[in-house]
Design a protein around this ligand. Structure first.
Ligand code: SF4
Length: 318
């Protein structure tokens, strides 16, 4: 199963891979199917990905008889961010509303129609053929602080936004240098899409990898890096991301359904009329969401607000 429902804000690497090397993606899927003895391969693409869809179809055709023993099923998503979560994706494929399942069981035990299912994203699958050809040590050696290369998406206040393949563990400054440099002076950045919250400019030297960012209370996530310069009001930036999560919550569990709205309304009340105490319970609500939500959306949703409050509190209280 290919998860190509790329919906994390500021993330556009899977689309690039499918456009530029669809053959590698199909080859990786075929290798994975061979290894686990599967004959059906599902590709779940974001609905707007019409050109990547065509690229994938052409690539399947291009392999001709070599892949005739496999059945490829392409499916277009319908715009729900939550369907990028693998079990919500499986629910949608089975014809139900896309809502995450409780885990365990994981898809490898009970996935599509309760059958063991391997689900991976495009970047992962596209790496498989080269790793088999050149070996695991070669791939490991591409990384700096952790194994492998990484496709970083970068956008915001940089000269040349785009997708760049670099050693896993480069710093923000190194990534931005490849992207032509900063526009203005750096104030903050999100290292891994909206779900990773904000880090201050002082963290520009932190390795953009899984461990380094986790130690800073953030995450690499989708590696969709967003650069914000000093023109950005961080309370406004947090509010925009809170609104996104409120819109995209599937509503299945109360901490996320109620919490995303509560935090956005509290922030609005604070920003609109500086209502005294509007944000008093924001930290407790965030804790409830992290502890009580079923999936990563509800667990990550408070981070834009809590990280902005932590690093840029003066912008909320002036
Ligand atoms: S955390 Fe949010 S998005 Fe995830 S299952 Fe619960 S309500 Fe749905």
């Amino acid at each position: 199963m290919l998860n190509a429902d790329e919906g994390e804000p500021a993330t556009f690497k899977d689309r690039e891979v499918m456009l530029r090397r669809p053959d590698r993606v199909i080859e990786g899927l075929a290798i994975a199917a061979e290894l686990i003895g599967a004959t059906d391969i599902y590709l779940y693409l974001r609905g707007e990905f019409e050109i990547p869809w065509k690229a994938m179809e052409d690539a399947i055709q291009g392999f001709g008889e070599g892949l005739a023993h496999l059945d490829f099923h392409l499916h277009a998503g319908h715009g729900a961010y939550i369907c990028g979560e693998e079990t919500a994706l499986l629910e949608a494929l089975e014809g139900r509303r896309g809502m995450p399942r409780l885990k365990p069981p994981y898809p490898t035990e009970a996935g599509l129609w309760q059958k063991p299912t391997l689900v991976h994203n495009v970047e992962t699958v596209a790496c498989v053929p080269a790793i088999l050809q050149r070996g695991g040590d070669w791939f490991k050696g591409l990384g700096r602080t952790e194994p492998g290369s990484k496709l970083y998406c970068i956008s915001g206040h940089v000269q040349q936004p785009g997708t760049y393949e670099l050693p896993l563990g480069v710093t923000l400054d190194e990534l931005v240098e490849v992207a032509g440099g900063y526009v203005g002076a750096l104030k903050a950045f999100s290292p891994g899409g909206a779900s990773s919250g904000f880090l201050p400019a002082a963290d520009r030297g932190v390795p953009l990898d899984f461990k380094g960012l986790a130690e800073r209370g953030s995450m690499l996530g989708s590696s969709g890096v967003v650069v914000l310069n000093t023109s950005v009001d961080m309370a406004w930036a947090a509010r925009e991301q809170m609104r996104f999560f409120e819109d995209e919550s599937c509503g299945q569990c109360a901490p996320c359904r109620i919490g995303t709205r509560y935090l956005r309304e509290a922030l609005d009340a604070h920003l609109n009329d500086r209502r005294a105490g509007a944000l008093t319970h924001a930290t407790e609500a965030a804790w409830e969401m992290v502890e009580g939500s079923i999936c990563g959306l509800g667990q990550a949703a408070p981070l834009p607000l809590t990280s902005a409050l932590e690093y840029f509190s003066e912008e909320f209280w002036r």
